[in-house]
Design a protein around this ligand. Structure first.
Ligand SMILES: Cc1cc2nc3c(=O)[nH]c(=O)nc-3n(C[C@H](O)[C@H](O)[C@H](O)COP(=O)(O)O)c2cc1C
Ligand SMILES: Nc1ncnc2c1ncn2[C@@H]1O[C@H](COP(=O)(O)OP(=O)(O)O)[C@@H](O)[C@H]1O
Length: 323
């Protein structure tokens, strides 16, 4: 686990910002294999320069600033993204607020004020399709052409392909919406995960013999409704589990909830923040005619989830500690 991951924000005093860092720039939603190629390039450059390597990223996601009315399924919220970035070996992240001012900053001003003035960057790694600055005028080729004059090394990473398809955050969103967990895991370089605090439900689970820790996911989460083999993290503890994400058509067809039954666990989880990593898809969510039929199905789901998890004993996202 990486420690000492520093987060720099727009409000961080200049005196607290290390000068001369190399930066990996991107939105980094999900921190997938393509992002990791850019991050690895920055790590190599940082070692060569004898300088720290930081991610430069934007919050909220620029798309939600530009299209506030078309909801965005985020693979990782800000905290999850920072934990993933902290797990890569980077020294920190510069989180730039994406607001009206930043959206209106020209590419040249972004380079000169935000990157050189504020950070004194000595190197920049980006992906082939990263654009920045007002009107998306800033591009990898602009950085490549300006870099030598500014004394900044620039590294542009090509797309990472899996089966001849470029890895992208939107391809991963689509895979999750289809319940294609193996595809999402391959593109991410590790299992997709969500985090949330356990809330109270209808207290039906304990009567079924399946108490479930209930977690409300972001309303824009488009993970396919269904039953999954999951691995749960509570701090550094790990528990194998089976989870249902859906509306419980057998009962209430209510708001979508993630409900997690931890194997071999007894205890109180209300209020606890759990990390839930999706390891395998088991089946679609169904409406059962009787509680007994649902319970028999949950027994079978548990057997299948245990087998799926036993085949991937170490599967869990590599997360670091922020701060
Ligand atoms: C492994 C598993 C499979 C489930 N499958 C279904 C299902 O197919 N259909 C359904 O309506 N509810 C399903 N559920 C949700 C249960 O109905 C729900 O956990 C139960 O109602 C308890 O709710 P509570 O946590 O609010 O007490 C499943 C839950 C688990 C843990
Ligand atoms: N093995 C377990 N897996 C999940 N939750 C458990 C387990 N054992 C005990 N619990 C506790 O039981 C609660 C879920 O019980 P349940 O009857 O489903 O209530 P609720 O409807 O409030 O979720 C969890 O939030 C947790 O505090």
């Amino acid at each position: 686990m990486t420690t000492g991951f520093t987060v720099i924000r727009d409000t961080t005093p200049a005196a607290d910002i290390p000068r001369g860092a190399v930066v990996a720039m991107g939105n980094f939603d999900g921190v997938h294999l393509g992002h990791r190629a850019v991050i690895d390039a920055a790590l190599r450059m940082g070692r060569a320069h004898g300088k720290p390597a930081f991610a430069v990223t934007f919050e909220p996601h620029p798309r939600s600033f530009f299209s506030p009315n078309s909801p965005q399924f985020r693979l990782s919220d800000e905290t999850s993204k920072l934990r993933l970035l902290a797990g890569t070996g980077l020294d920190g992240a510069v989180v730039m607020t994406f607001d009206k001012t930043r959206a209106g900053t020209s590419a040249q001003d972004f380079i000169h004020h935000d990157l050189i003035g504020r950070l004194g960057v000595s190197g920049i790694a980006v992906g082939y399709d990263f654009h920045f600055g007002k009107g998306r005028a800033g591009s990898p080729s602009l950085l490549v052409s300006e870099g030598p004059r500014l004394g900044i090394e620039v590294d542009v990473q090509a797309h990472v392909d899996i089966e001849e398809r470029p890895v992208s955050s939107s391809a991963i969103r689509m895979a999750l919406a289809e319940g294609q967990i193996d595809e999402a895991t391959a593109m991410l370089g590790g299992p997709w995960f969500v985090s949330g605090a356990v809330i109270h439900g209808e207290k039906r689970g304990r009567d079924l013999g399946y108490p479930t820790a209930n977690i409300r996911l972001d309303k824009n989460c488009s993970l396919k409704h269904g039953i999954y083999a999951v691995r749960v993290g509570r701090g550094t503890d790990r528990f194998d589990a089976v989870a249902s994400f859906g509306r419980r058509p057998t009962f209430d067809n209510g708001a979508p909830l993630l409900e997690v039954f931890l194997f071999d666990f007894k205890g109180e989880l209300y209020g606890t923040v759990l990390d839930v990593a999706f390891i395998g898809f088991i089946r679609d969510e169904l409406k059962f005619d009787s509680i007994d039929a649902l319970i028999r199905q949950m027994d079978d789901d548990s057997t299948r989830a245990r087998a799926r998890l036993a085949a991937a004993p170490d599967a869990f996202p590599k997360l670091g500690v922020i701060g």
